[in-house]
Design a protein around this ligand. Structure first.
Ligand code: GAR
Length: 210
């Protein structure tokens, strides 16, 4: 059984999609052992609590400096020792030491088709604002492994979503979540939990079942 920790900063709708997928069997062979949030008011911590999952507050604001936070965050993760760390709308940069310690065991959901609309400054609603500003007709979401770069690790899965005339960032965000994110993230966790994918160099490949 794959033991996963989910890190969340805000509403936690992706966390909810994962919890629902475990409950209804779309994810098998996996359990969520903890939810970490950097935001005490995050609805995500309530969602975790309702599911009887340990919620942990881990905010840079509660530490003297970033190094102290990075050390404490990495130590906490090592203590939990998950098989997989899932960044589900987690807006804190993962410390390099954690990336090294959990190599190919951290995944992230990003609300655009990487390598478009990603990197520094591209998070949450801002991504959809930039998509609309640029006038692209297709956007989507990406699940990828996390490396030391920003949104640069091996891509696990992507799904395209149409931009429609008259979209606001909020309307587009909702469509991308419903049509892409809430499907891709649970599917990726299920694939990892059941050994269907692996990282080969800088790419993700499907493991053949023969
Ligand atoms: C999601 O759209 C996720 O893709 C995005 O934040 C939102 C969190 O929503 N993540 C990023 O922008 C990371 N670069 P949620 O808390 O309701 O799941």
């Amino acid at each position: 059984m794959l033991r996963a920790v989910i890190c969340v900063s805000g509403g936690g709708t992706n966390l909810q999609a994962v919890l629902d997928a475990i409950d209804n069997g779309r994810i098998t062979n996996a359990e969520i052992i903890a939810v970490i949030s950097n935001n005490a008011g995050a609805k995500a911590l309530d969602r975790a609590e309702k599911h009887g999952i340990q919620g942990i507050l881990m905010s840079p604001k509660n530490y003297g400096d970033r190094d102290a936070f990075n050390r404490a965050f990495t130590e906490k993760m090592c203590e939990l020792n998950p098989d997989l760390i899932v960044l589900a709308g987690f807006l804190v940069k993962i410390p390099e030491e954690m990336v090294a310690r959990f190599s190919n065991r951290i995944i992230n959901i990003h609300p655009a088709l990487i390598p478009s609309f990603c990197g520094v400054g591209y998070y949450g609603l801002k991504v959809h604002e930039k998509v609309l500003e640029r006038g692209v007709k297709v956007t989507g979401a990406t699940v990828h492994f996390v490396n030391e770069g920003m949104d640069e690790g091996p891509i696990i899965a992507q799904k395209a979503v149409e931009v429609q005339e008259g979209d606001t960032p909020e309307v587009l965000q909702k469509r991308v979540m419903e049509q892409a994110e809430w499907i891709l993230l649970p599917a990726a966790i299920d694939d990892i939990a059941n050994g269907r994918i692996k990282v080969a160099g800088d790419k993700v490949v499907r493991v053949s079942s023969t």
